[in-house]
Design a protein around this ligand. Structure first.
Ligand SMILES: Cc1cc2nc3c(=O)[nH]c(=O)nc-3n(C[C@H](O)[C@H](O)[C@H](O)COP(=O)(O)OP(=O)(O)OC[C@H]3O[C@@H](n4cnc5c(N)ncnc54)[C@H](O)[C@@H]3O)c2cc1C
Length: 375
């Protein structure tokens, strides 16, 4: 895969676009698109080459998520979660675990999900409260994860749990078929991202040996900040900047096509031109700052963290602002769902609440810029 963004755009047109509307209308996980993501190789984008993948990194992750989000925010978000979880396995998985998971991705088109958040600690997901009791060679888990995107469709779930070392955490891989794992599917009724299947996951005496733990005992926090954070936060920047650009495309086409009885088009009205200018400016800036942050992260530049945090916050806010203006341009047709603007606006609202939320990240950004520790 040489030009991931362009190949992602071509893929989205053929295999995501046909399902985008139904995904939202019926709150249906984009299963057909995920089957094709496996067949066309996107699920193995980050799998190392020696395991049959493309061995790509942060920049290509950002490009793929952006390309998909310009067609369907839900599909892009679920795909983004897979890449983040996968990267933890790439960097911290045991040889045995890597072999098993990578072959399931490469040969069977299976994918991963993140089961980090809990009802109690909410947006501060790096403080898990589920129980993890060591019993000989095994660890027995009990508790509930609150919102798990791709629930029941993914084959592996990354779970943060307390470590035996006081104040530390671990990052575990829970296979879908493990006894004691159940999902409360009916409990996903999001404003937007309706096909995400982001429901609670109940963990009832799930028993795993240490080969399912990623990295050394107590290394979960290091993984959250060094692996999850760059891929997740940059990935969210891509999802929301792509959503913003999607809004621009939809509303600018509508403004040109919508004709009044005298034959003039909506796009000839100066106020409409101004709104479209603002929408494009915001979307293009969000994309630029996100791709720049991905490049800074990939090249380990000293200001990469600040750029990544800024990109995610900017993109989330830009998407909401683009949606607000696009609804004005789209008028009654947008409001009455003849145009997809209303769906995109609903999707965009997930950006500010997804953990760590825009508010939390803005505080982290301020701390980072003034030389303070986060969180
Ligand atoms: C579409 C979608 C998909 C999701 N998918 C997943 C997933 O796959 N895996 C997963 O683990 N989780 C997932 N989540 C959960 C998400 O990441 C958050 O953990 C969850 O939304 C937190 O909700 P809460 O109501 O408990 O937030 P709370 O912790 O109650 O926070 C409520 C609000 O208060 C603000 N706030 C809280 N603390 C602070 C602070 N210290 N400073 C400033 N502001 C603060 C936040 O901005 C937040 O918006 C998903 C959420 C959404 C919306």
């Amino acid at each position: 895969m040489n030009n991931v963004y362009q190949e992602g755009k071509d893929f989205a047109k053929a295999y995501i676009q046909p399902y985008t509307e139904l995904t939202d209308k019926e709150s249906k996980f984009p299963e057909e698109s995920f089957k094709e993501l496996g067949e066309k190789g996107f699920l193995k984008l980050l799998v190392p080459e020696e395991y049959g993948g493309f061995g790509k990194g942060l920049e290509e992750h950002a490009q793929a998520c952006l390309a998909f989000a310009e067609t369907c925010s839900t599909t892009a978000l679920c795909y983004m979660m897979h890449n983040v979880a996968l990267m933890c396995v790439v960097t911290h998985g045991s040889d045995e675990l890597k072999k098993k998971i990578f072959s399931d991705i490469v040969e069977k088109g299976e994918f991963l999900a993140l089961a980090f958040s809990e009802i109690g600690t909410g947006t501060h997901f790096y403080n898990p409260e589920i129980s993890a009791e060591v019993n000989g060679e095994n660890t027995i888990f009990n508790g509930t994860k609150s919102m798990v995107t791709s629930a029941t469709y993914a084959s592996y779930y990354l779970v943060l749990a307390p470590s035996v070392e006081e104040g530390k955490i671990n990052n575990w891989v829970f296979p879908m078929e493990k006894q004691g794992l159940t999902f409360e599917m009916s409990n996903w009724n999001g404003l937007g991202m309706r096909g995400n299947s982001s429901c609670p996951m109940h963990i009832d005496h799930v028993t795993l040996d240490s080969s399912y733990r990623l990295g050394e005992e107590g290394s979960g926090e290091e993984q959250v900040f060094n692996v999850v954070a760059p891929f997740f936060i940059t990935g969210l920047g891509s999802v929301y900047s792509g959503t913003a650009m999607h809004m621009f495309e939809e509303v600018s086409n509508h403004a040109v096509d919508r004709k009044y009885p005298d034959g003039s088009s909506l796009s000839t009205i100066e106020m409409v031109q101004t709104h479209i200018g603002h929408i494009y400016k915001n979307a293009a800036a969000a994309i630029a700052i996100t791709l720049d942050a991905a490049s800074a992260g990939a090249n380990e530049e000293s200001d990469a963290l600040a750029k990544i945090l800024a990109a995610r916050v900017f993109a989330s806010e830009a998407a909401i602002e683009c949606g607000r203006l696009a609804m004005r341009v789209g008028g009654g047709k947008a409001y009455n769902k003849a145009l997809p603007i209303e769906r995109l606006l609903r999707d965009s609202y997930a950006g500010q609440v997804m953990a760590p939320s825009s508010d939390v990240l803005t505080i982290w950004l301020g701390k980072t810029l003034t030389g303070q520790m986060i969180p």
